[in-house]
Design a protein around this ligand. Sequence first.
Ligand SMILES: C[S@@+](CC[C@H](N)C(=O)[O-])C[C@H]1O[C@@H](n2cnc3c(N)ncnc32)[C@H](O)[C@@H]1O
Length: 202
Amino acid sequence: MNRRPDAPATARNKDAILEVLLFEFRGRKAVFEIGSGTGQHAVHFAAAMPWLAWHTSDLPQNHDAIRAWLEWSELPNVSTPIAFDVSCMPPVDTRFDAVFSANTAHIMSIDEVRKMFVLVAAMLVPSGLFCLYGPFNENGRFTSESNAVFDASLRAQKPTMGIRDRGELRQIAKTANLTEVRRYAMPANNQILVWEKGATAD
Ligand SMILES: C[S@@+](CC[C@H](N)C(=O)[O-])C[C@H]1O[C@@H](n2cnc3c(N)ncnc32)[C@H](O)[C@@H]1O
């Protein structure tokens, strides 16, 4: 096994995501990442934002990859992954002023997405931010043909996977006291959605 696996999509999107995070995470101190995957995002973002303490997490099967990237990077501000499965995770005691996750909402079932929002809200300090990157539908529609094809391939692999609708996420977030405050259009028909804990909707 390659000790430091390279996910081509992650390598492609990391700079565009970083540009948004440099703005959103200015003045923040501690970020918790859900579904760190290979660990490439964590290393890239923590290197570019040395003022942040970046906390990685994922299902245990991804921890070797994340550890390999962290060891290679020798960064002082990224911590080793904790086992974090939203479907069976008790609330975490530590509080963070931001949570980041990329390409997870379409992999998790919608029930797991609901649990993720409840956990995120519990982990965030008041006015804490949740930045979620990925493809999202708008008003029940795909935003591109390529997203429709991607959704069909996900559902063929596992019927509980699929691209989530931004309106549905807004409702789920609202019940967790998280309000959508910003939305960024990203390359390849992706978006970054930003929710704030305790903010009031316009
Ligand atoms: C498509 S990968 C994205 C990885 C990485 N964030 C990226 O963008 O390259 C989806 C990630 O979600 C994680 N994941 C899936 N189900 C999860 C769950 N129930 N709780 C936490 N993480 C989960 C997977 O282990 C995987 O790392």
